[in-house]
Design a protein. Sequence first.
Length: 530
Amino acid sequence: MPVSDKYRRVRDIQAAPPAGPSVRQAGPTPVKAAVVVLSVLVLLVSALGYFSVGRLGNDVASAGNLALGGGQGMKGRAPDGATDILLVGSDSRSDAQGNPLSDEELERLRAGVDDGEENTDTIMIIRVPNDGSSATAVSIPRDTYINDDEFGNMKINGAFASHKVARRDELLAEGEDDEKRIENLATDAGRQGLIGAVSDLTGVEVDHYAEVGLFGFVLLTDAVGGVDVCLNNDVQDEFSGADFHAGVQTLDGAEALAFVRQRHGLPRGDLDRIVRQQAFMASLVNKVLAAGTLTNPSKLSDMGTAVERSVVIDENWDIMSFATQLANLAGGNVVFNTIPVTSIDGVGDFGESIVTVDVPTVHAYMDELLGTKELPDSETDQAPTESPAAPLPGIDITVLNAGATAGLAGGVGGWLTEEGYQVAEVTNALPGIYYQSQIVVADAADPRALELAETLGGIPVTSNAGLDAGTFIVVTHDDWNGPTGDAALTPSSSTAPSPEDTVGTPGADFGEAEVAPEIDAGGDGPRCVN
């Protein structure tokens, strides 16, 4: 049977893939490139200027009193094999030092009237394995509906403000009258509340925290001389100020902010906005790593100013050691994804529009996407061996679990790897796309696909002309009868989310919507998006 062309394109994003050719730039130290990539992921604000001119982060704002995981940013020390960073983009009208933005700066932001609340409009988990060979960013839609232990059902972007306001009220009730102390303690509570909400939703223990204000978009984009983007269609939106033509164009800072903030008039609303953010960050990473950016003193100085005014990191983060860890990171190994959702037009307790999720599905997705295996501690733990020739050279295999058996795709992917096949990714398929086990390839008559299908128990081969000739997608479902390796498989009683795992009233099945593409920071030009 023909398969839907609404599939999820994925690449190698598990811990410790083979490092691609590093992009080395002229300058005092390879730490420069690593820090800028890290900080671009910190929502478009680069610490490059700071480290390259010797400030060493002394003026970067820090957040204290946060209960975080065990990874302290030391090279190769994260106990679970990787460092997990919570990245937050705040709509605060002040800078990282707490100083209000000027009227001119606010005008450039088109931020509107300040309602007194600080919402976190961009939320990402970034995982970097101990060897620093890759960075995987997973976006969380800001309208994701969650259950907070203290405040009940809410959108996740309101967790920060809710916990901050509650702590502020407590301090005032206790008689505290030092406004600066109140603000600092309340902000710490807001950050901690958001960290807890993200951990509950994703199952990921957050090791480090990074926060960037709106003005960071503008400052860094201008610092590098603008960023290239590509749109599928003309857009015009009065709410964000987005007014762009279809095709490739270069945006300055204020235009970039409008580009990444628009969600009205887009086919998938906030999810398309997330894809825009990811495409923009990928393009920015690519540009910063390009020759010329890292050796321009003026650009370095401007990026240093962007850091000072926009970035807050947790006080225990040894950012220099972490930067050294990333010294060989290349753009093609910086990948962006989005958590699976069950609907994008759900209804909250008070009639508000929400994004609904199934928490166990999100946990499983994060487990498979990010990986949890600890990396070897030393070279003696990983003795070099001669790799056998791949049975089917020239193909990359993605294994998707579309059924109700937990761990099935992982077992199949592990077996394929042991047999010498090149497995690029193992993850969950989004609901409503695949209904039987199959291999999806560009040409169903490809002899390599037919050979692989026979090896996997005679599963059908279906075609999707949008795939590259060397990309094979192996879909596992409840009818799977092929090899599974040594995986312990746990059948689920139902593929439908249980009531206690879904908060709010779901809307239309998200499986009927277009699946978001995976985006990486490699390539020769910007990714075209809605």
